[in-house]
Design a protein around this ligand. Sequence first.
Ligand code: NAP
Length: 432
Amino acid sequence: MRHIAIIGSGPAGYYTAEACQKQFGEDVAIDIIDRLPVPFGLVRTGVAPDHQSIKAVSRRYEAVALTDTVRFVGNLVIGRDVSIPELQGLYDAVILATGAPSDRPLGVPGDDLPGVIGSAAFVGWYNGHPDHADLAPRIDERDVVIIGNGNVALDCARILAKTARELEESDVVAHAYDILKKAQPRSITILGRRGPAQIAMTPKELGELGRLERASVHVDPADLPPTSVDEALEPGQRKSLALLRQFAEPSPEKVVAIRFDFFVVSERVEGEGRVERLVLERTRLDAQQQSIGTGERVTMPADLIISCIGYRTPPIPDVPYDEVRGRFANEEGRIRPGLYCVGWARRGPSGTIGTNKPDGFLIAEAIAADQPAAAGKQGRAGLDALIAERGLEIVTFRDWQKIDEAEIAQARLGAPREKFVRIADMVKAGRG
Ligand code: NAP
């Protein structure tokens, strides 16, 4: 029997489990371990609460979880409760599918002032991630500045701009819903260090921004490139640019004005005890379409800054780490014999949920090539012995199903679920 441990139960973890099942058939025992008592990672705590159709992919992971060869071990922190060398001693292959749940720092003076938060924290707050349950950002009558031109920036702007009615059927958690339904930002400004033709936002998500009840979207026509550039763009980018051109048409301002401001880079954050303004440098594009400073400075009022500029994978003790890229040091998913990584922990935070599928197959094939036969390791029996010896309280998939049922049962009217946001409450619900 081949024993495989996958650390992380998000999309990369479950797609890899599925790929290992296809690669090794019945002759494999796969433990999917998560530090949280609940599975599905980014699908639960990253995907926007008003994008329920995307979250439906968890049914596919559930089908994998319920097969005989796979088991879920929740509430177990690898690197704290059990070390990577211990796991490698027990399993033929250990695969890190830990995602990229930490914010890349803005890296400018003042970025540690209260009121400057990263998207992992803000998204984690409204999605009920236990790490960010106490964030309680100040939103009402504030000037909110969102830094970054990716889909996460759009998620943050949209959730802030939506009315209570628009959020009703989402699974935004109660502590965030209570703040968001009362709060009305004075303005939301989305900053890009490059221009409208360089945004990483996809047209479906950008289009959604233009259909909000109380928010209007505005682009300065002077920022738009000539239409002659459109032809050279990828179809998706061309569609996104067309939407930005629509947003540049004169339109009445609604109560929440979302403004795009392009060609600006943050220089420093200022304020007495908390953020009050952001000092920016105007930029232009160089020959490689990268942004370079022009020396012109502008200052913008900011009561809340949400920086949506990408994520990092947190290091784990005993695993080689690439500080520059913010992920595990690896060669096509191989870290060292018997230790692999997949998904965002391997290639960084890019692509859609489905992009992780081929990653899983690549690693399953690499394991088969590296280890033609199982080494007769202890696998899950050895892990269970360690868990018992250390008195650790783990959560099984059956326990998760009880948590799931309890969350669905306690949902507010119209919402699909009300998540538990504290680990202790999750564990308690799992015990029934
Ligand atoms: P992203 O798509 O990589 O966008 C990051 C943005 O941050 C880029 O506009 C980048 O600009 C900018 N940036 C980076 N460093 C910066 C700095 N120091 N100052 C100013 N701007 C900076 O990342 P993301 O939005 O975090 O999304 C991560 C992945 O999840 C993406 O693949 C995304 O499509 C996906 N996602 C999908 C959905 C969906 O499908 N609904 C929702 C959310 C996320 P440059 O281009 O100049 O580097």
